[in-house]
Design a protein around this ligand. Structure first.
Ligand code: 9WO
Length: 246
């Protein structure tokens, strides 16, 4: 998968190129990350990529042409069909299903805004296909959201994680919140490990973990439960938990 990023701070992406699972995805040639700096596509000697907003107002707006030229250059880097995603607070909220959808693409382009945003004509003229938000807050730019998205795509890319079962068991992969995790020592702060986890009974451990995920999701994020079609087993476990709480 080729991920082209358009950003005036390309070195920010060294973080994901040099560490962790994203580094492993790149080393395994499962993901290629290529960052283009719009400044390289400016036609003025000062390499300006922003200007004052028409109609007045605070700050600066990223001008359309350098971004348009950078997007076109990115599109030319592969013969595959490609969509352009703008990371913005106005975007559709990113979720695991979107990550799965993106992970099946051969090539995507991520546009990272800065300042107070980009010239609206990039959206009006459909140069940008979709806007994606990682949450309801305003950051200084789209780079960190882009890295969040890339990290999550790498996690679900086959061959990247050593234990591919980890993907299936990733809480959001099945739509539920994660179950609690414990490791050595057996006692910390006078808190012991749940006995079931020391039983060696893997089917019971699996059921206990599912029960924990369902209970935690019901209590903390009932909205996620409403989106799911629970299996018979999940339904019965959840009812068991709910009746105990009543
Ligand atoms: O929205 C603004 N800046 C954005 C423009 C697009 C890139 N930036 C950004 C992306 C995101 C983002 C992206 C994806 N998911 C969550 C947040 N937060 N901030 C910075 C903004 C900054 C600003 C300052 C004064 C008055 C209005 C203002 N609006």
């Amino acid at each position: 998968m080729l991920i082209n990023v358009i950003s005036i701070f390309p070195k920010m992406f060294d973080i994901i190129k040099d560490y962790g699972i994203t580094k492993r995805a790149i080393q395994k040639h499962l993901v290629k990350i290529n960052v283009l700096n719009p400044r390289k596509f400016t036609k003025n000697k000062y390499k300006n990529i922003d200007d004052r907003p028409y109609g007045g107002g605070p700050g600066m707006i990223m001008t359309a042409e350098p971004l348009f030229l950078a997007i076109n250059q990115a599109k030319s880097l592969s013969s595959n069909p490609v969509k352009v995603f703008y990371l913005s607070p106005q975007g559709k909220k990113l979720d695991q299903s979107k990550i799965m959808e993106l992970s099946h693409q051969k090539h995507i382009i991520l546009l990272c805004g800065r300042y107070e945003g980009i010239d609206e004509r990039l959206l009006i003229s459909k140069i940008i296909d979709e806007e994606i938000s990682i949450g309801d807050y305003v950051l200084s730019g789209g780079e960190l959201p882009a890295m969040v998205l890339i990290d999550s795509i790498c996690r679900v890319t086959p061959g990247v994680l050593k234990n591919s079962k980890a993907i299936q068991e990733d809480s959001f992969y099945n739509g539920l919140l994660d179950y609690p995790h414990y490791t050595r020592p057996k006692c910390f702060n006078c808190i012991k490990i749940p006995n079931i986890l020391l039983s060696g009974n893997h089917s019971e451990i699996k059921r206990w973990r599912l029960k924990q995920s369902l209970t935690k999701t019901w209590l903390k994020r009932p909205d996620l439960l409403n989106k799911l079609i629970l299996t018979k087993e999940q339904e019965s476990i959840l009812h068991e938990c709910q009746s105990k709480m009543d």
